[in-house]
Design a protein around this ligand. Sequence first.
Ligand code: HEM
Length: 278
Amino acid sequence: MTEPYDPAGEGAQMSFKGRMSYSDYLELEKVLNAQSPLSSAHDEMLFIIQHQTSELWMKLALHEMRAAIGAIRADRLDLSFKMLARVARIFEQLNSAWDVLRTMTPSEYTQFRDALGQSSGFQSWQYRAIEFLAGNRNLAMLGPHQHRPDLMEKLEGILAEPSLYDEAILLLGRSGFDIGADAARTDWRGTRAENEAVLAAWQAVYRDPQRHWMLYDLAEKLVDFEDYFRRWRFNHVTTVERVIGMKRGTGGTGGASYLKKMLEVVLFPELWKVRTVL
Ligand code: HEM
């Protein structure tokens, strides 16, 4: 009989006394001990892990978006492309994750829903940070974070600087295009007004991609990101309707009706409009 294979024979490290191991490096003690179901319902673990993993992916999306914004500001579009492509893929990955959550039926969710109290993804500060960084700056969404000065500082820090889309528009300006009122902006905090000059600039880019290749590529990367982000929102509302129907959300909104309204949000308006005028 052959002996079971021992990888130590080919040099696999088998003793970690006094050495950094995989668990040490990844701080798995913290990560794997951060699931504390409040009920005895079997499916609560799925619900918690689904949210936690989504938040981890959002953390990476924020890391990439911040770096992409810096790269565009520094005229390093080549660097920003890689990061923006990664953000789109992160959302694609989050989209697939809904398939796991969809295995939870309304009967199963009802068993622990009351334990959530008023907590809801509506209070996800990282989700708001992604929206704010992208350019959707609805200041009303700061409300649930006002009791946390540390989070307000992070969110206000993002609002004080140009968004990803603002940076793309400023780049259009640096590239010689007229960007109208966007050229005079100094306050980045609120919602940006759409502007015909920016539409005309994107139109010129899309009419002659060869001449404006980098701007064209950037525009398509942004549309790609928004496309996947929209799919995430659509998958969310469909899952929500499947699990709670038209019940109100734990966060207090109308539930699926609120989320359907959010499907109308447009991050990069002129980039969608330009399709109609080509
Ligand atoms: C069965 C699963 C889920 C249900 C029933 C559900 C339900 C809801 C509802 C009803 C809202 C509207 C706010 C409210 O009144 O509560 C909401 C918002 C939100 N949820 Fe979920 N959700 C689920 C899973 C998830 C997951 C896995 C995530 C990932 C992090 C998530 C993230 C969010 C976010 C970010 C919002 C705010 C959206 C916005 O304001 O545009 N949800 N959810």
